[in-house]
Design a protein around this ligand. Sequence first.
Ligand SMILES: NC(=O)c1ccc[n+]([C@@H]2O[C@H](COP(=O)([O-])OP(=O)(O)OC[C@H]3O[C@@H](n4cnc5c(N)ncnc54)[C@H](O)[C@@H]3O)[C@@H](O)[C@H]2O)c1
Ligand SMILES: O=C(O)C[C@H](O)C(=O)O
Length: 306
Amino acid sequence: MKVTVVGAGAVGASCAEYIAIKNFAEEIVLVDIKEGFAEGKAMDLMQTASLNGFDSNIVGATNDYSKTAGSDVAVITSGIPRKPGMTREELIGINAGIVKDVATKLIAESPNVIIIVVSNPMDTMAYLAHKATGLSKNRIIGMGGALDSARFKFRLAEAIGCPQSDVSAMVIGGHSDTGMVPLIEKAVVNSVPVSEFLSEEKMAEVVEATKVGGATLTKLLGTSAWYAPGAAVSELVKAIALDSKKVFPCSALLEGEYGLSDISIGVPCVIGKGGIEKVLEIELSDAEKAKLVDSAEGVAAVNALL
Ligand SMILES: NC(=O)c1ccc[n+]([C@@H]2O[C@H](COP(=O)([O-])OP(=O)(O)OC[C@H]3O[C@@H](n4cnc5c(N)ncnc54)[C@H](O)[C@@H]3O)[C@@H](O)[C@H]2O)c1
Ligand SMILES: O=C(O)C[C@H](O)C(=O)O
């Protein structure tokens, strides 16, 4: 498998590193507009190969898309991150132009590519990638829910005092501070509902901490996070590479599912070699449905700014 990662900054480099360490890709191409930056990151990462025990070849390119030709998967991380106090939505002015340009250049070199959109505001950028390229809906995956669900599991395990590996939980809806919908009623610790362990008040705290997970890290770091985002992307790429049919919440273009249309938003998806192979329409409670509809209104309002 050949994977391109556009944007060799914090998230792009983390994606490349985790993909390499998981050792399922033959080639990883890092692209950036900053002269020599992607080449430098690629060389630095290649010097970890004997230490970390991987065989993937990582190459860097300054704005040269010919190097990306024949990619199976391309990850778009190019664009600016938020600073403390900002929302993701405030990035639309700069990032929309970048995502549109990059998506178009990627398709020109790799007509069969599956694109994973990471740049924020992610749901709107995934929607824009659809509009700009006209690719079928299975081939554009917005990455947000996989990360938000990992943060939800972290918060649940922390509150319960159990291993994260015992927690199964999912966040759907928009990848925004107010739009995420952590499905607390469905979260379990090895099949036991989390309500057996946590009070209503504690569950509400976990939900709130999950929704502002990115903002909390941005305040601590001075810029947004990269390790968990990179790891989340690498799991999506791996599911495509291995055709594993794993379920992740991803921002998918909806055409009537959950009563929503003409919008990309986080819903559970089966991920395999075809990208989003199926959008799963799971049973939601009335409260969960209402939150998803609210979230979709928020995403649609941002889409209207394009
Ligand atoms: N969806 C998610 O879950 C998620 C998670 C983390 C970060 N993000 C988003 O990912 C984006 C990147 O974050 P970061 O921390 O890596 O930022 P960063 O500033 O560290 O890296 C961004 C890189 O993009 C490059 N770039 C800019 N324009 C480009 C273009 N036209 N072509 C190629 N490269 C270009 C920059 O030179 C820079 O190296 C941000 O928009 C951030 O909000 C999303
Ligand atoms: O919080 C951000 O702006 C970056 C990213 O969307 C995240 O959730 O870490």
